[in-house]
Design a protein around this ligand. Structure first.
Ligand code: SAJ
Length: 421
C-alpha cells in the first residue's frame, strides 16, 4: 500500500522518522528547504545530534532506501514534520505548515495520505486540508467528501523524548486522529510499519489537543517544582531534600526544579492552549509564567553571589570576578540549544557582568552566535580553574563526576542540585 513515503521536514523528528521507515526497507524521500541538511543526509551523515541516529541514517542512505531533496516528489504518504513556533503575543505560527502544503500539493494524487506530525493548535489539521484543497481543486478532501475523499488526512503527533528518539519512536503508543475513519485506518497501517506500541484512533482535534495536554501537564508540574525551589530558598530549605522526602509519599511525585524550561516543545505548546481559550487556561498560563520567570531568579542569585564575593575580597572589583556557566543545552546530554534558558542566562550575565563569563558545554564545538562576542567557551577543567563563581545550569553526566574538591573554594549556584547530592 505504501511503496514510497515522503517526510517533509528533516529535523529532530522528521529525520529519525524517515530513517526508521527506511530501515524497514521502504523507499523514503526526505524533503527539506535546508540544502546543507539535504546534502549532509545524502552523504549518509546527519546534521543533528541524537544517539545512534548517525548509524541508522548511514545504513538507510547507503542501502538506497533514504534520499533527501529540496523538491517534493510523488509518494503514497506524506508526513509533515515542520516547526510550529509561536509569533508575537504567543499566537501559533502555522507558516511552515502552509509552505509544506504549497510544496507537496502539486505532486499529490488520488489515494495519497497526508499526515500532520508537527505539534499544532486545535484546528490545524483541518486548516492544512483546506490549504491543500485550495491548490488542488481537482482532488477531493475529507472536509467536503468525508469517507469518499481522494486524499486522506490525519494528525498523528510525535511524542518522542530527545535523546531517546529511536527507541521511543518504535515503542511509544501513537494517537492517530483522522479526519474520517478511512483517514485514521490509512494512518494506522502506515505507522504499523514500525510502531510496536498501540496505535489508538481518535479524531484530529482530540489528537491535536492530546499532544498539547501532555506537554502542558509536564510544564505545570515543572512549574510546581520551580516555584517550590524559590520558596524553599527563601525559607532556607534544601529543595532537593524536600522533594525527595515529599516523593516518599505514595501519591506524590514532584518533578525537578531547574533554571527554567527550555526546548521547542514544553516552553511553546501550552501557549497554543492559552491562545485558543485565554479566559479558561489560567493554570496553564500561570505555569508558563512561573517557568519563564525562573531564569531571572537565577540571574539575581548570581548577582548576589558576585556581591558576596566582592565583600569577602575587598581588594577586587567586579571586573576581576570570573563567572563560569556549566551547560548551555536545554536539557542534559544533548547538543540542542534551542529555547535554552541556560543560553539566555549566560547571555544576560555576559551583558550585565563587567568581568569574564565562561561557558562549558561538552556537547558543542563552537558557541552560538549570540554568545560569541561576550562569552568564552572552555573545558570544564579550565573553567573550574579560572572561575570564582560556578553556575551549574545543566545536569550533564560529565558534570556529575566533577570532584567536590575542585568546587570547594568556589561559590556555587547549583540550579539542578547535582553538586550537593
Ligand atoms: N525539566 C525540568 N525539570 C524536570 C523535567 C524537565 O526543569 O523535572 C526541563 C528540562 O530541563 C527542559 C524542559 O524541562 O528544559 C523540557 O524537557 P523534557 O525532558 O521535559 O521534555 P522535552 O521538551 O525534551 O520533550 C517533551 C516530551 N514531552 C513529555 O514528556 C510530556 C516528549 O515526550 C515530547 O515528544 C516532546 O516534548 C515534544 O516534541 O513535544
Amino acid at each position: 500500500m505504501f511503496k514510497t513515503i515522503s517526510v517533509v521536514g528533516l529535523g529532530y523528528i522528521g529525520l529519525p522518522t524517515a530513517a526508521v521507515f527506511a530501515s524497514r526497507k521502504i523507499k523514503v524521500i526526505g524533503v527539506d528547504v535546508n540544502t546543507v541538511a539535504v546534502e549532509t543526509i545524502n552523504r549518509g551523515e546527519i546534521h543533528i545530534v541524537e544517539p545512534d541516529l548517525d548509524m541508522v541514517v548511514h545504513a538507510a542512505v547507503t542501502e538506497g532506501y533514504l534520499r533527501a531533496t529540496c523538491t517534493p516528489e510523488p509518494a503514497d504518504a506524506f508526513l509533515i514534520a515542520v516547526p510550529t513556533p509561536f509569533k508575537a503575543g504567543h499566537e501559533p505560527d502555522l507558516s511552515y505548515i502552509e509552505s509544506a502544503c504549497k510544496a507537496i500539493a502539486p505532486v499529490l494524487k488520488a489515494g495519497d495520505l497526508v499526515i500532520l506530525e508537527s505539534t499544532s493548535p486545535v484546528g490545524a489539521t483541518e486548516q492544512m486540508s483546506k490549504w491543500l484543497a485550495e491548490i488542488r481543486n481537482d482532488l477531493t478532501f475529507p472536509q467536503t467528501h468525508g469517507e469518499a475523499s481522494d486524499i486522506r488526512i490525519a494528525h498523528c503527533p510525535e511524542r518522542v523524548l530527545p535523546g531517546h528518539v529511536l527507541r521511543e519512536l518504535v515503542q511509544n503508543d501513537r494517537v492517530i486522529g483522522g479526519m474520517s475513519a478511512k483517514c485514521s485506518n490509512a494512518a494506522v497501517s502506515l505507522y504499523k510499519l514500525f510502531v510496536e506500541g498501540e496505535c489508538i484512533v481518535t479524531n484530529a482535534r482530540t489528537a491535536e489537543m492530546c499532544k498539547l495536554t501532555e506537554n502542558s501537564f509536564r510544564d505545570v508540574n515543572i512549574a510546581f517544582a520551580n516555584e517550590l525551589s524559590m520558596i524553599a530558598d527563601k525559607l532556607n530549605i534544601d529543595v532537593w531534600e524536600l522533594i525527595a522526602l515529599a516523593n516518599r509519599h505514595p501519591r506524590v511525585n514532584i518533578l525537578q526544579p531547574g533554571p527554567g524550561v527550555g526546548g521547542h516543545c514544553i516552553a511553546v505548546d501550552p501557549w497554543f492552549i492559552v491562545s485558543s481559550t485565554p479566559d479558561l487556561a489560567k493554570l496553564i498560563r500561570c505555569a508558563r509564567e512561573v517557568n519563564d520567570s525562573k531564569p531571572e531568579w537565577v540571574i539575581s542569585k548570581v548577582q548576589i553571589a558576585v556581591a558576596e564575593h566582592l565583600q569577602a575580597n575587598p581588594d577586587k572589583s567586579a571586573k576581576d570576578v570570573t563567572i563560569a556557566c556549566f551547560g548551555l543545552a536545554f536539557k542534559p546530554d544533548i547538543d540542542d540549544l534551542r529555547e535554552s534558558p541556560s543560553v539566555g542566562i549566560t547571555l544576560a550575565l555576559a551583558k550585565k557582568h563587567p568581568g569574564r563569563v565562561l561557558a562549558v558545554e561538552p556537547n558543542i564545538e563552537r558557541l552560538p552566535e549570540s554568545l560569541t562576542n561576550s562569552v568564552e567557551l572552555k573545558s570544564a577543567d579550565s573553567a573550574l580553574h579560572e572561575a570564582d563563581i560556578v553556575v551549574l545550569l545543566v545536569d550533564h553526566k560529565a558534570f556529575k563526576g566533577i570532584p567536590r574538591s575542585q568546587l570547594e573554594t568556589r561559590q556555587i549556584i547549583d540550579t539542578r542540585g547535582i553538586f550537593g547530592r
